[in-house]
Design a binder for this molecule. Structure first.
Ligand SMILES: [Cu+2]
Length: 606
């Protein structure tokens, strides 16, 4: 891309960005019309399947491998209550969501629907076991009943004049290719999608779901569009776990990582926010056995293990999704302001901030109930931490145990700041309980090596760069790769947020890291020096506040060679190229030990 086109791209996208909120404001459904706490929380499963929660059913469990066929389809879901505060009906919302590749599109929670075979936003969970691989054939079935592709709703945040997937295949500068600044105008073509399992470690590049690996549905009328992005199934010489098939990509997740909560979501270049806002997101839980996991019965399980995917959303007055950076309606597990009836006992909540630009500051409206945080993004914390407020950025996950034993019969809310999110109704009788939370939890630290290489990277407003506050310049997604970590290595990444006006949650694909500390730009340690409360476990997304150097120790042992990404997880920033390639390079020992990777061609130009 030439400098001239780059400048035009920024200028035009600035205009579009400026215009979008006005359009959104004109039709935004007022939150005051939406009654709260009318419907129960939709239940997706945690680590174990129960009859009361939705979980994906594998189509095969042969050969020590769980195989799933997961389709993305358009359907409608009652996200808002059936009626507004005046008794007028709310429409169901048109969503894109994941579900099984079966006839019909049964929606989870509707009567008579098997909770192991249904579509939903967020998706029924994938319940995986440590060291048991999961293979998913991800199918883009965003088509109508005649097999024609469906399109984005009016007002979608699809900016053809930014660097994006660009299925029309003609760039702004006249080149014939995808993954570039497109020609502008309203996009009325088929939906590109690429599922990424956020937090999956040790996957091949071909299975990672990087932004240019998108693909269109195999629809009958999409011949005018390019069927897939430039990184779709790109490891033709190496990994054999992505076989090009129209409208599909088969990925493999080894799950050789500590038990934790991951989530899958769409990651298509330039339209990640729009695709997630439409509903392409779901929880993926890895559980294990001691010593990797706690023994059965030590922490709440089954119906007492509840993922909460929180997303602040906007709708228009017809209940259509408006992709907005910040919503005015709190949606938990696909329902606006739901309630949850609980027993007076302990629960495990796996909280996912699945929103776009909103940091959650969660607390209960009563001081009688607190959180005991037991897990972060990538693992248990070494020791549980009692916390009254949880700060969770987009992309981060937190595992907490909450004990309702002392608040029998009471009703209160989970809130972010002063905004209500979820109502909790505590009953009178508990059907058993778990014991005290153990003082020590399964955790293996990343070794602090004296000779670990240090990588300096820098944040700008909606772009990233390589180097420190003196040397880094903002770089776009398709400028030459600057990060080449070696497989098998442990690296310190120093994330300089000197030039941006904001705080950004920074996510590395493929690896886990530990927060070392945060430094002021003069090098002095931000006090109290060390990880913040709740950051003591392994993580994959870290808040990098402005005026600070956020230092993490990243573990590339077990990482696969190839092209991955690191980026801000505020999705509008990510879509605006606050995202950079990361080429993990194989050391010779690793390569010869892994015949699947023989002939690996290195990282292609992204
Ligand atoms: Cu950001």
């Amino acid at each position: 891309m030439s400098a001239q086109h780059r400048r035009i791209g920024i200028w035009v996208s600035g205009l579009v960005l400026g215009a979008l909120p006005l359009a959104a404001l004109a039709t935004t459904l007022s939150s005051s019309l939406v009654p709260k706490f009318v419907d129960p929380l939709p239940r997706v499963c945690g680590a174990t399947k129960t009859p009361n929660c939705a979980v994906m059913t594998p189509t095969s469990t042969a050969n020590n491998l769980d195989h799933y066929e997961i389709a993305a389809r358009p359907f409608t879901q009652q996200i808002l209550p059936a009626k507004d505060i005046y008794g007028n009906a709310f429409n169901k919302t048109s969503v894109f969501g994941y579900g099984p590749n079966i006839a019909g599109t049964p929606v989870c929670g509707e009567s008579g629907v098997d909770p192991g075979n249904c579509f939903h936003f967020p998706a029924a969970s994938v319940a995986a076991q440590k060291d048991r691989p999961v293979e998913v054939n991800w199918l883009n079935q965003l088509v109508d009943s005649a097999g024609n592709f469906v399109t984005y709703p009016a007002g979608a945040r699809v900016q053809q004049n930014i660097h994006w997937a660009n299925p029309p295949g003609i760039c702004d500068d006249g080149r014939h290719q995808t993954d570039c600044v497109g020609r502008g105008g309203t996009y009325t073509g088929p939906i590109p999608m690429i599922p990424h399992l956020h937090g999956a470690l040790h996957v091949t590049s071909a299975s990672d779901g990087i932004p240019e690996a998108w693909y269109l549905p195999a629809s009958v009328n999409a011949a005018a569009f390019v069927a897939s992005g430039s990184d779709y199934c790109h490891e033709t010489a190496g990994a054999r776990d992505c076989t090009p098939t129209p409208g599909a990509a088969q990925f493999r997740y080894p799950n050789n990582q500590p038990p934790t909560t991951l989530f899958f979501h769409d990651h298509t270049l330039g339209v990640t926010m729009q695709n997630i806002a439409m509903g392409l997101v779901g929880a993926y839980v890895i559980s294990g056995v001691p010593p990797d996991d706690v023994a059965p019965g030590v922490v709440p399980s089954g119906d007492y293990d509840i993922p909460l995917l929180i997303q602040d959303k906007r709708f228009d007055t017809n209940a259509n999704v408006l992709a907005a950076e910040e919503g005015n309606i709190e949606v938990v597990n696909g329902k606006s302001w739901p309630y949850l009836s609980v027993e007076p006992r302990k629960y495990l909540f796996r909280i996912v901030n699945g929103g776009f630009n909103s940091y959650l500051h969660l607390h209960f409206s009563t001081a009688a109930v607190n959180f005991t945080q037991v897990a972060g993004d990538q693992s248990y914390l070494p020791n549980p931490q009692s916390r009254s407020t949880l700060l969770i950025a987009p992309g981060e996950r937190v595992g907490v145990i909450v004990d309702f034993q002392g608040v029998k019969g009471r009703t209160f809310t989970l809130q972010t700041d002063s905004v209500q999110v979820l109502q909790v109704r505590v009953g009178q009788n508990a059907n058993g309980d778990t014991g005290p939370v153990p003082a020590a939890l399964p955790f293996q630290a990343i070794p602090a090596l004296a000779n670990a290489p240090t990588v300096s990277v820098a944040l700008f407003d909606s772009l990233l760069g390589a180097g420190d506050q003196h040397t880094a310049v903002p770089m776009r997604w398709d400028e030459p790769t600057t990060e080449f970590p070696a497989t098998g290595s442990i690296q310190e990444w120093d994330i300089y947020n000197a030039a941006s006006q904001d705080s950004h949650p920074i996510h590395l694909h493929e690896v886990a890291f530990q927060v070392i500390d945060r430094r002021n730009l003069d090098g002095s340690c931000v006090q109290p020096c060390g990880p913040r409360p709740g950051e003591t476990g392994l993580k994959d997304t870290v808040i990098a506040d402005r005026g600070q150097i956020t230092r993490v120790r990243a573990d590339f042992r077990g990482a696969m060679p190839g092209l991955f990404a690191w980026h801000c997880h505020i999705t509008p920033h990510e879509d605006d190229e606050m995202m950079r390639p990361m080429c993990i390079v194989a050391d010779p020992a690793h390569q010869s030990a892994n015949p699947l990777l023989d002939g690996f061609a290195g990282c292609p130009a992204q």
